[in-house]
Design a protein around this ligand. Structure first.
Ligand SMILES: Cc1cc2nc3c(=O)[nH]c(=O)nc-3n(C[C@H](O)[C@H](O)[C@H](O)COP(=O)(O)O)c2cc1C
Length: 172
């Protein structure tokens, strides 16, 4: 059951580090205590569920497409995410998602570590995501993906390294 959306923001403190791990499909295999506290879901209701349980309707699909295209290739992704809480509220984070490997080089899991974000970042990223979502709804996913890529090129972001640096700098 998806909760009814509210505009109640849950505070993420600057000391908070919200961690989860997933299998290759993005199913949650581990959450740390602060993840459980902020999301409001019990550990049992999170484990083995897709991470999309946290998906907020304000998030444009283009961001998750970018995330998956990169993490599957082994590129780390640093991205701003608005997440849904069990009570319908939300919290913003800057997530770093990485692929972890076993000693023999095979896939182990994906790990996401999430930190608090600044108000400046929140304002800028909310505006970007709002416009991408509007395009997604009016013109479709491909048009929104194109608009996202135009945003990246106009900010001289041409690979995952420049993308991650840009996002980290926005949060300073
Ligand atoms: C390690 C890991 C962490 C993730 N964390 C989140 C998250 O916090 N919030 C979220 O909405 N999606 C997260 N995702 C992305 C989801 O797997 C999914 O792509 C996204 O929620 C969009 O859902 P959809 O593909 O069903 O539209 C994460 C994926 C991975 C691999």
């Amino acid at each position: 059951m998806r909760p009814e959306i509210t505009d109640v923001e849950h505070e993420v403190k600057s000391v908070d580090l919200i961690v989860s791990k997933s299998d290759a499909e993005g199913n949650i295999m581990y959450v740390n205590p602060i993840f459980i506290k902020i999301s409001g879901y019990s550990q049992a209701s999170l484990l083995e569920k897709p991470h999309a349980i946290l998906r907020h309707p304000d998030m444009p699909k283009a961001i998750f497409r970018y995330l998956w295209e990169n993490i599957k290739e082994g590129n780390d992704v640093v991205a701003f995410v608005k997440n849904l809480c069990a009570d319908g509220g939300y919290y913003w984070v800057l997530a770093t998602v990485k692929m972890a490997k076993n000693p023999d080089g095979s896939f182990r899991n994906y790990v996401s570590t999430r930190r608090s974000i600044t108000n400046v970042a929140k304002n800028q990223i909310s505006a970007l995501y709002k416009s991408l979502l509007e395009i997604e709804k009016s013109e479709g996913e491909e048009a929104s993906w194109e608009a996202f890529n135009n945003f990246l090129s106009s900010n001289n972001i041409h690979d995952s390294e420049t993308f991650n640096t840009f996002m980290k700098n926005l949060n300073k």
